[in-house]
Design a protein around this ligand. Structure first.
Ligand SMILES: NC(=O)c1ccc[n+]([C@@H]2O[C@H](COP(=O)([O-])OP(=O)(O)OC[C@H]3O[C@@H](n4cnc5c(N)ncnc54)[C@H](OP(=O)(O)O)[C@@H]3O)[C@@H](O)[C@H]2O)c1
Length: 333
């Protein structure tokens, strides 16, 4: 098969499209003929040498894909050759073929675009596991989503709205904020000009305790203190990205005074099965979120789909901050 390979670590130019060994499915795994692969910010870090795959994972980039099952391994009962699927992975998506644990598959209905489905597994698993399974998102809550125009953000807005929450977002331009509004966000904060702590407090003044009940954060250290300030009583700050650094001081007094909780989580490093695993998240996603996706209540937000051979341009696009939503790579028609 062919795959995107890394000739050392560095800029987008280290990626080349060439021959790679064909993977074979083992016990409880399936082989997928990949139709499209999603691009994630984590891939940019992996390309630069800052985010190695977990032990035992493919060295090829790609945390999600869509396609058709080409072969099923021993012990797989619920899936057949020819099934249209999308998959959450620890790696391997930037390729013509990939092996995935069957428990990490989601079904793609006949009338659903397989190309667009490639942009869903990573955001669905990340958003559902953090907003719902970790932070306990409920109707009527205020959720602050940093980076509302990101792949994660565009999905998180829709999930929160569907669960009956009110959504505040930060983004870096009025155009992106307008598009977040179209997805259902009602508190629009330009992080370049506005103070998100003040904006969230203004929105919730008069409520039980001013602030956001849940904050989904991509900035890490740079926003830690202000995120704690922006939390409501009993609020949950869920850190999933460290675009603003890894080390910061936490004022425990401020957190304690509002009975707050800080979580920091990742999906990729979770075990394939067992407690807190990818399989557990995908089972929840399939049971609760997937019906909203297949009914069209939650839509994939795809900024651009590029041919896989142009993966370098796809990385440049994500780095440019021009994208609203996901960037995907087309592997075959
Ligand atoms: N922990 C996990 O399991 C997990 C899984 C998936 C993703 N993530 C993390 O989630 C984040 C989003 O991932 P993605 O793939 O969706 O990324 P993406 O589409 O590349 O988006 C990155 C976002 O960062 C925003 N941003 C930049 N500076 C900001 C600031 N000062 N304040 C608020 N937002 C700012 C950008 O907003 P503008 O374009 O408006 O400037 C952009 O929307 C990343 O940090 C990624 O590492 C974590």
């Amino acid at each position: 098969m062919r795959a995107i390979k890394l000739n050392g670590f560095g800029g987008p130019e280290v990626m080349t499209w060439g021959e790679a060994p064909d993977p074979k499915p083992g016990h409880a795994e399936v082989l997928i003929d990949v139709v499209a692969a999603g691009v994630n910010r984590a891939d940019l870090l992996q390309r630069q040498g800052y985010y190695s795959p977990p032990p035992g994972s493919s060295e090829i980039m790609g945390l999600e894909c869509s396609g058709v099952i080409a072969e099923v391994g021993e012990g797989v009962r619920d899936w057949q050759v020819g099934d249209r699927v999308c998959a959450l992975m620890s790696g391997g998506g930037y390729a013509e073929r990939v092996v995935v644990p069957a428990a990490q598959l989601l079904p793609v209905p006949q009338d659903f675009d397989l190309g667009a489905a490639a942009g869903l597994p990573e955001v669905a698993a990340t958003v559902w596991s953090n907003l719902v399974m970790t932070a306990g998102l409920r109707a009527g809550q205020l959720v602050l989503i940093h980076g509302g125009g990101s792949g994660i953000g565009t999905h998180a807005i829709q999930v929160a709205v569907q669960r009956g929450a009110r959504v505040a977002v930060t983004a870096g331009s009025p155009e992106k904020l307008q598009r977040c509004k179209e997805l259902g966000a009602t508190v629009l904060i330009n992080y370049r000009d506005d103070d998100f702590v003040a904006a969230v407090r203004r929105e919730t003044s008069g409520a039980g305790g001013p602030g956001a009940d849940i904050i989904l954060d991509n900035m890490g250290a740079a926003y830690l203190a202000r995120n704690v300030d922006a939390l409501a009583a009993h609020g949950h700050l869920v850190i999933i990205g460290m675009q603003g650094g890894v080390t910061a001081e936490l004022n425990l007094g401020a957190l304690l005074a509002k009975w707050g909780t800080v979580h920091a989580t990742n999906v990729r490093g979770r075990p394939a099965s067992g407690p807190h695993s990818k399989a557990e998240i995908i089972a929840e996603v399939r049971a609760q979120l997937w019906p909203l996706v297949t009914d069209g209540a939650i839509v994939p937000v795809i900024h651009a789909e590029l041919p896989i051979a142009e993966a370098a341009d796809a990385h440049r696009l994500l780095e440019s901050s021009e994208a609203f939503g996901k960037v995907t790579l087309r592997v075959r028609d």
